[in-house]
Structure formats: C-alpha cells, structure tokens
Design a protein around this ligand. Structure first.
Ligand SMILES: [Zn+2]
Length: 393
C-alpha cells in the first residue's frame, strides 16, 4: 500500500493538474489551431493518467513538455516540483520552487503556495532550520497558516522541543477550532518522562497534571503517575492508579500489567492481584492476564496448579505465548527423549514468536514488536494497539 505521506501530495497535485488542463485547453483554443488544442489536451490527459497509475517518470516527461508550451504556468511548475519531491529528487524540487518564488509578477497567493512547497522540500532534505524559518514567516504573514503550523509542530516533535510543540498546537487549535488536546497531553507526557529521567519529580508531577487537564483519561499519564509513585516506594498507591488505568481503557492491559504486578508484589497484595486478574479474565480476552495468573499460581501452589489452570484457559483462548508458557512449565517434569522433543518444540515456538508483530498502528498499519506512543511511520500519537490473535496478545 502507498504510504500516507505520498497520498497527500497526490491529492493536492491532481486538482492543480486538472485546473491546468482546463486552462491549457481554454488558452490553446483561443490562440492555437485545432490540431494544437487536441495535442495539448491529449498530452494533459496522458500526463494525468500516468499520475493516477503512479507512473511518475512518464508523468514528468509529459508535464515538462506542457511546461515548454506554457512557460508562465505556475501550476505546471508546482505539479512538477511536487513530483520531484515525491520521487526523492529534493534538490531539483528545491531549485524549481526557489526559481518560482523569485519570479517577478507572481501573485501573492501563488507565491505563498510555492513557499509552502519549498518548506516541505527543506523538511524532506533534512534542512529543518530553513524549513522552520520559512514556515514561521508564513505563519507571521498569516498565509496558509494552519498548514505552516502543522509543519512547524512536526519539526518541533522531531527535535523533541515539546514546549514549542505545545505552544504551536495551541495556536493551531485557536486558528482552526480543531481539538488538539489529546496530542498536547502526549507532549506533556514527553516532558514528564524527561523530568523523571533527570530526577525532577515535582516537575514531572506538574507536567502530568497538565496532561490530565488536557485529557482526563490519558493512559500514558496514568502509567507515568504510577511509575513516579513506585519510584518513591509508594506501591499501594501505584496499584490504585494502575487498576484505575485498566478500568479506563482495558486495551492497554499488556502495558499496565507488568508494573501493576510488580507493585502488587512490592506492597504484599497478592490476594488482591489474584482477585483483580480473575475478574479481568471476564472482560479482557488477550493472553496477558492468563500468563500473569499462571506465574502467580506457579509461585504460590507449584507447577501442578499452574499447569491445570493454563491448560483449561488455553482451550478457551488458544495462544502461542500460552503454549510457550505451558512448555516451560512442563519442562522440569520430563526427562529423556520426551524432553528432547519438548526442547525442539520450544525452540520452534520461540522462532515463531520472534517474527510476530505484537502491535499495530490503527492509522497506517505499521507493525511493531514493542508499544510506541508515537507511530514511527505515520507519526500519529496514541494509535498503536496490541494485536489480538493466536500468535499475538
Ligand atoms: Zn502509523
């Protein structure tokens, strides 16, 4: 499938190409012979066809030819520049857009479109300082400000300058009326993580308060609050927070259970852990609570109780990770040739799990082994969830 960032320029390109086609046909109809009209129109539609079929080389050839006939046509140059950037020919795109911007007599509207394109070229080329300065100018001029602000926010995220990202997300919110609070909550969580990393606990708590103010059900803020309490040895309070997080969004069980189980153990609340996990089995259908209960029974009652529980659960929710746990629990009990066979089985199961994505972005489909708050591919926030299936969660 085509990545999302390629689809957006295409969506911009086609209307521009259409306008150009209409204009070409109209202008050619006035000034040129009938033969020329049909030649230009057919060239245009041929170019459009190549674009739609993702045959960019051929599309560029056709549009270059059209640009030769119509040296004044800004739209053709914009379409070409966009194509160059999409093909990774960023230097060519930059030269073309710079040339366009410096052209005398260009209308203000077209100039700002060309500047926006140039900014995207700079971003693609990794020239973030130049892109930042250009987008900031566009915002100051109030020209294409929402698009320029979105690009600026992307730059600040890339540079992990969360204060500036928050400031510009707020400006975007004020300008468009669109709610950016869940993204801003993530930015505050990034700041809280940075502060925790530097041992600035009070600062970290302040940022988490801001995150909750933006999004009261922010799971990441719950997790970080629990982590700060656990850092401070306040495991009973951490348990309360983590249980509340599960109650808020059960889909985050794979992320919440490990620190929650640790805090149950550290606060000596293993009976409460068993009650909570048992109750969780009824409303969560992944394998994580089953594996947690298996370990709990293994430690408390020994192998037999753990194996009985696990086999009864695996009949209801078949799972490769469950099978792996069953093989591990059984290994100690067997010897000789059967043990050798079990070793082979364990090895194969491990290999099967190694290749599996455990998480998927529900925006772009990116598959990952570990959870990310921001998708590494489409850069969306809080769109990655665990995959439920026999070989995953
Ligand atoms: Zn994604």
């Amino acid at each position: 499938m085509m990545p999302l960032y390629l689809l957006i320029p295409l969506a911009l390109l086609i209307p521009a190409a259409f306008l150009f086609g209409w204009w070409t046909a109209r202008r050619a109809g006035v000034r040129r012979s009938g033969a020329k009209v049909s030649e230009l129109s057919s060239d245009y539609f041929r170019g459009l066809n190549y674009l739609l079929n993702e045959e960019q080389d051929k599309a560029i050839e056709v549009f270059l030819k059209l640009a030769e006939y119509n040296r004044d046509t800004v739209e053709t140059h914009l379409a070409l520049g966009n194509l160059f950037r999409r093909r990774g020919e960023v230097d060519r795109a930059i030269r073309l857009h710079q040339h366009l911007v410096s052209r005398p007599g260009l209308s203000d509207a077209m100039k700002t479109v060309a500047l926006l394109e140039l900014g995207e070229d700079y971003m693609r080329a990794g020239l973030l300082d130049r892109a930042e300065a250009l987008f900031a100018d566009l915002v100051a001029m109030d020209a294409h400000a929402p698009s320029a602000l979105r690009h600026l926010i992307a730059i600040y995220q890339h540079e992990r300058d969360w204060h500036k990202a928050i400031e510009h997300a707020r400006r975007l919110e004020a300008m468009t009326g669109e709610d950016e609070s869940t993204v801003v909550a993530q930015f505050y969580c990034e700041l809280a993580e940075q502060a925790r990393h530097h041992g600035a606990v009070v600062e970290a708590r302040d940022y988490l308060e801001q995150a909750f103010a933006c999004q009261p059900d922010c799971i990441r803020a719950y997790l970080l609050t629990g982590r700060l309490l656990a850092d401070d040895g306040r495991h009973a309070e951490a348990v309360d927070i983590y249980e509340k997080a599960v109650g808020t969004d059960v889909s985050f069980v794979p992320e919440i259970l490990p620190p929650l189980l640790n805090s149950y153990a550290r606060s000596g609340q293993m009976e409460r852990a068993e009650r909570f996990l048992r109750e969780l089995l009824g409303r969560y259908h992944g394998i994580s609570p089953v594996l947690a209960l298996t370990r709990l029974y293994q430690q408390r009652d020994g192998e037999r109780g753990a194996i009985d529980f696990l086999t009864s659960q695996l009949r209801q929710r078949p799972s490769v990770r469950g099978l792996m746990a069953l093989i591990d629990a059984t290994m100690d009990k067997i010897e000789g040739e059967v043990r050798e066979n079990f070793l082979i089985l364990r090895d194969l199961t491990r290999k099967l799990l190694e290749g599996q994505a455990m998480y998927r972005c529900n925006r772009c489909g990116f598959g990952a082994k570990a959870h990310h708050w921001q998708c590494p591919t489409c850069k969306s926030w809080d769109t990655i969830r665990s995959i439920h299936g026999v070989a995953n969660e």
